[in-house]
Design a protein around this ligand. Sequence first.
Ligand SMILES: [Ca+2]
Ligand SMILES: [Ca+2]
Ligand SMILES: [Ca+2]
Length: 349
Amino acid sequence: MKQGLGIRDWGLEVRGSGFWVRECGKHPSHPSHPSHPSHPSHPRAFTLVELMVVISVIGILTAISFGALQLARESAREAATEATIAKLNSIIMRKYESYMTRRVPINIPNGATPRQAAELRLAAIREIMRMEMPDRWTDIIDPPNGNLPDPDGIIPISDSTNSISIELLRPAMSQLYSQRYLSSQPDSNGAPIGYGPAECLYLTINMGFPEEMEQFNQSEIGDVDGDGYPEFIDGWGRPIMWLRCAPGFVYPYSDIQFLDAINHHDPFDVRKVHSEAFHLIPLIYSAGADGKYGIRTDVIDPSTGDGFHFMSEHHPYNSTIGEPAADAIEGSDITSFQDNITNHHIEQR
Ligand SMILES: [Ca+2]
Ligand SMILES: [Ca+2]
Ligand SMILES: [Ca+2]
């Protein structure tokens, strides 16, 4: 159509009682749609203010949708992390609880009192758990007394007064872990220890529960430090860490672990021979959105200089062990664990 509605291009025709507008040169063959005569008008330009308003509105809408996109991405990462941790929790807790009825392969000497027998059994079950559910490489390569490699795989176990000492055979699974570790040592050549707890968690599930690996897809497994020892990874692509026991991570940090040996006594200590022992629940955790774990995993006992696994009588209770604290490597503050996603409060999130 030509631009403009010059009067010379258009004819006006009157038929009966209606008006029709027709273009010149065309016959009004089907004048069936009456219309009102239109008035010529000039196209109106946007004023500067209107333009500014439109630009602002577009800017706001863009910001809102970008923010919404970021939020959606973060919540998708959180959801993915929670789902992975829930699966890991289910496998680990089943394994953990199986020790309640686990046969302990030790021979209690004839002269032992019932209390000593209970102490030996408790010490043995804790050692078996440490070796079968390692959360650091030293759980695999070092025996409790620091004399490894132990060719015989004999682990000494004592009662609380060290008056009786017996031997515990190194579990077969621990020997398999050891072979895997020694075949190509992670973090060797003086490299800083990277993600040992995460790698031990992967090793424990991959070797101990190969049938459970099917429920994890490739996006949940990585090798962030590239040492050939994979880790389960969270929605941000960072290793999911764990502590078989984290006695410092109690209420209010945890919703399910309480520093209360009376009302929440260690279920493995059936005869209550260890009065301080409260119920410890494995801690599986992601660093969360800030990428900082903020939980100590390589704590040295300041009084002896020994590492976690060398604590007195190898029992897992010590007021400083596993305490949520500033992460020395990342230099983060004490709040950095607060956004972590863990199996200790996954239900409440
Ligand atoms: Ca590593
Ligand atoms: Ca690795
Ligand atoms: Ca964090």
